[in-house]
Design a protein around this ligand. Sequence first.
Ligand SMILES: NC(=O)C1=CN([C@@H]2O[C@H](COP(=O)(O)OP(=O)(O)OC[C@H]3O[C@@H](n4cnc5c(N)ncnc54)[C@H](O)[C@@H]3O)[C@@H](O)[C@H]2O)C=CC1
Ligand SMILES: O=C(O)C(=O)COP(=O)(O)O
Length: 531
Amino acid sequence: MKVLVTERIAKEGIEILKDEGIEVDEKVGLSHQEICNIIGDYDALIVRSATKVNEEMIKCGRNLKVIARAGVGIDNVDVEAATKQGIIVVNAPDGNIMAAAELTIGLIFSIFRYIPQAYMSCKQGDFRRNKFKGVELYEKTAGIIGFGKIGALVAERLKACGMRVIAYDPYVSDEKFRKYGVEKVDFETLLKESDLITIHTPKTAETYNLISEKEFRKMKKGVRIVNCARGGVINEKDLYNAIKEGIVAAAALDVLEKEPNFELEKQDYHNPLLELDNVVITPHLGASTQEAQVNVAVSVAKEVAAVLKGGIAKNAVNLPAFEKEKLDEILPYLELAEAMGKIFIQAERAFAKKIEIVYSGQIDEKMTTWLTRALLKGYLEFSVQDTVNYVNSQVLAQEQGIEVIESRTQESGKFKNMITARFTTDEKVLELAGTVYNNEGRIIDFFGYKVDFKPEKYMLLIQNIDKPGMIGRIGTIVGEYGINIATMQVSRNKKGEKAVMVCEIDGALPDEALEKLKAIDGILRVTMAKL
Ligand SMILES: NC(=O)C1=CN([C@@H]2O[C@H](COP(=O)(O)OP(=O)(O)OC[C@H]3O[C@@H](n4cnc5c(N)ncnc54)[C@H](O)[C@@H]3O)[C@@H](O)[C@H]2O)C=CC1
Ligand SMILES: O=C(O)C(=O)COP(=O)(O)O
């Protein structure tokens, strides 16, 4: 297994990967094209914010299983393209939040007291302090846009400075506002009442240019503004004008819409905001503390190692989050659901235009998303060309035009839990049901026949007329091909009518053997399922 690391991450992370026997190539400073040229050789890619992992790069990553972002923001990764290709995308959502919050506080003090400008002035021999009379935070209003993890840390710290803290975040519960003693306000109120505005949202279609000319016009004259989140949330041209017009007294930006190369000592980079004395700019330093860098590197290294070893990532952004502890509990359900998908498609070899999955009894909501993905994965593996996995199975099912309906009920009859899958093809509706007991998945309803078998690697699925001699004849033919029948389940609904046989066999039967089985008088259908 090989991992490409295209930006500097802490050695603690690299060591974790190497200790797991994973080969690590640290290649900092490669161009986009250079990465595209080599990414096909790697199983995983680790980046920070500077590498733009776009669709083109992802397509070149033919062997990629996981893309890890050693930090919070994943706006530099085309998650949709990765998902389609079945690649897990992970980030490190907590490791650098304190670092980013503390830098925000630092930048706030910088622009309230002109610390960077005063320092530069002193360095040049000019100690006139009348040029740098600041304002206090105390008793001023701070408006936080995006009251997530970093927003909340910033709020706590600003409250300690004696500020009134208000926040705008339509996606956060009232409970969280109460917990932090922060006033929940609408966007207009925040713009009108804040002496300080600090941005802590991700960059999304909704937040792009969130603060533009119209918003600046609503702000208090003399407002100060900080962006330690993402470039592009504030329109830079409009900020420039708002500063020139005196609406904004000062601004601090750790992030810019188009960021320079962080690896070069000197470069040709132009941004009119750099010409303004009351704008403080830092080179995307929010996460740059020793602690944060160790945290994020260790976090993503563990995730990458887990994925490459077939495990599950805790911080996958394109998979439902799942705690490791629950994994043992869910695993037999996952295997059962996947087996159900595989059994249906191999037994029927028909396109299911609709798949309804009913989860009954002790299967909680958190599990069902995974189980549906597992069932679809099992079904699709035999019907689509692409690599199918838990990441992309739902997207691929949608692309195939399959209507997937998931529901839950407490009622599960005599079983503690049950997964029922109803497959609608153009011709019929077929049902499979399974349950998990003693940590083992069992099929209990096989297309309308009551059975009880554990899905195994090779299975012979037979439908026949219920009459004497069938089992013997089947056993003879399978035996002729040197294959052992390990277990056999026979079920009928009515004596003398149709019956089914499900045999666990020790190896794959050749087509010729299947043809011979089909030729037996009274045999209606024969298929082999490989799980
Ligand atoms: N400068 C730097 O080096 C660093 C920057 N960041 C950036 O900081 C930002 C915040 O990170 P976290 O707090 O960890 O993320 P988070 O996901 O915990 O919080 C983001 C919050 O923004 C809110 N939000 C989303 N759309 C919104 C909208 N249209 N209006 C108002 N609120 C909206 C969400 O509801 C959420 O509560 C991210 O963009 C992240 O990339 C994070 C770490 C370091
Ligand atoms: O974690 C984030 O969102 C950041 O912006 C930090 O970016 P970086 O890893 O320092 O390039």
